[in-house]
Design a protein around this ligand. Sequence first.
Ligand code: ZN
Length: 388
Amino acid sequence: MTAMEGSMPRKSLCLLSFSFVLLIAHASHAGRAPQNFLPDELSQCRRQAPVTANVPPNGAPDPDPAKGEFSNGFFHVEEVAPGFFYATDGTFQSAFVVSRRGIIVIDAPPMVGFNALDPAASVSIVDVIYSVPETQGLPIRRLIYSHSHLDHIGQASKIVEAFPNVQIIAQRETARKINRGTGMFGPFLPNSGTVPPPSPTRTFLRSTSVRLGEKQLDLSYRGEIHDPGNIFIHAPREGVLMLVDVLFPGSSQFTELNVAVDLPLFVDAFDQILRFDFDVFIGGHNNRLGTRADVTEGRLYVQDMLENARRALLDQTPGAIFGILPQNQLVAAAIFSDEQACDCANRTLDPTRTPSGTDWTNRLTGADFLTVTHCFSLVEALRIDPSF
Ligand SMILES: [Zn+2]
């Protein structure tokens, strides 16, 4: 591996940070102030696109707890299609389907039921599900894991404690990750269970259907995208599609495209989503449900960044940066990638320069702050991933 090929984005950032720590430690030991070895022009890029913490109308919470629109104060449960409910604390989303024979639950995020203002008054995901009259007297018989991440399934043990015979369904990769836990699990997120998510009792490779009474959910796996085992969950009769940690309607993604593990598949996921028949999209985060238009818009945002990452790669040459740090080519490579990511972000956030002409800062919450991190992932993937 050459220095230019570098490593994965987060590792590059870690290496960069670690190297700075070493430089500072060395300078302190020598009794000298650390010197900034970068020329001024390499520190300019990040100042070009101001961070505004803007919340555009398109990204506004709906329902808005500040306006008293939540069904239960610190959490909200809503029937989005006949018998199909979603539950949220405003940041995380889970869902459940109510049939004549019982309930199918999708995900158990620790934060759903957490009361940030009065933690002692928090309730469990089970309490959240049974807060609506439609679930009364019905058992939870199925639990589906959207993927393995604990911020989405960290409360699963509470469902199993209440309903020990519940069938737990997940893609094989999700089961593999849960089963190889090393015992370091801790309830690091508020309101988590005290034990790791229980192992799935039913796994599948590519697709399966989960049936209960008159209800059916179709699960399919189309590659890692965000995480190994990350599945599409489709309710064809209700017109609802759930895919967690890919698109947050009205919002930019979390850092580095939600720390996606496979960037080409992540980019392609928007086309995959749009091939499904649905009216309601549940993305797993944020305080808003999505529509087909939200997915189309999210696709456009990612396509803009991808094209701008490509242009940044084509327009910039390593130039002097590798001469500045001849003894530390890894740091030079990381700085070079950072600069290209920054160039990509500045193009994306400028409506006169980005291919779609969209003013993303005033369209997607967090775009002004997070676009540079997404661009970093795309720049690195374009450089080294042969499947792009
Ligand atoms: Zn995740």
